[in-house]
Design a protein around this ligand. Structure first.
Ligand code: AMP
Length: 130
């Protein structure tokens, strides 16, 4: 069965899309730690990120770098942090999180509750900063 992220990429489940190319897809995390929290996923359905080929792992980071620059432009921050967990969704993904302090990256923090309009505006702000 396809993963939830494959179904998002296929357009079967809605998301707040930020960008895509032939191999990768970026969209907002639905339970964001901060505004701008974005996920980068390979279109190839691989659970564990370190099972990707060297080429695909490198290409995923080059794609993530472009998204991170756009996030930083749209949501001024000290840095965009990167995290890989993957215990919840078995489809490799990189979390990109604009941070001002270390604790902004804590996944145990309460998640933001945003409206549909807020999510849409955040995705648009990032994609138009690409
Ligand atoms: P993890 O696998 O532990 O890295 O966590 C999976 C992440 O995917 C969590 O931060 C979820 O909020 C996020 N997530 C799960 N389902 C969706 C969805 N349908 N749209 C956007 N983000 C999602």
């Amino acid at each position: 069965m396809a993963t939830i992220f494959s179904r998002i990429i296929a357009g079967e489940i809605p998301c707040y899309k930020v960008a895509e190319d032939d191999k990768f897809f970026a969209f907002l995390d639905i339970n964001p730690l901060v505004k701008g929290h974005t996920l980068v996923v390979p279109k190839q359905e691989v659970d564990y990120i370190f099972d990707l080929s060297d080429e695909d792992l490198a290409a995923m980071h080059i794609f993530a770098k472009k998204i991170a620059k756009a996030i930083k432009k749209a949501f001024p921050c000290q840095k965009v942090g990167e995290a890989v967990i993957g215990l919840e969704v078995p489809h490799a993904h990189i979390h990109l999180i604009p941070i001002r302090k270390e604790s902004d990256m804590l996944f145990s923090n309460p998640k933001l509750k945003l409206s549909d309009e807020e999510f849409a505006a955040i995705a648009k702000a990032i994609s138009s900063s690409l």
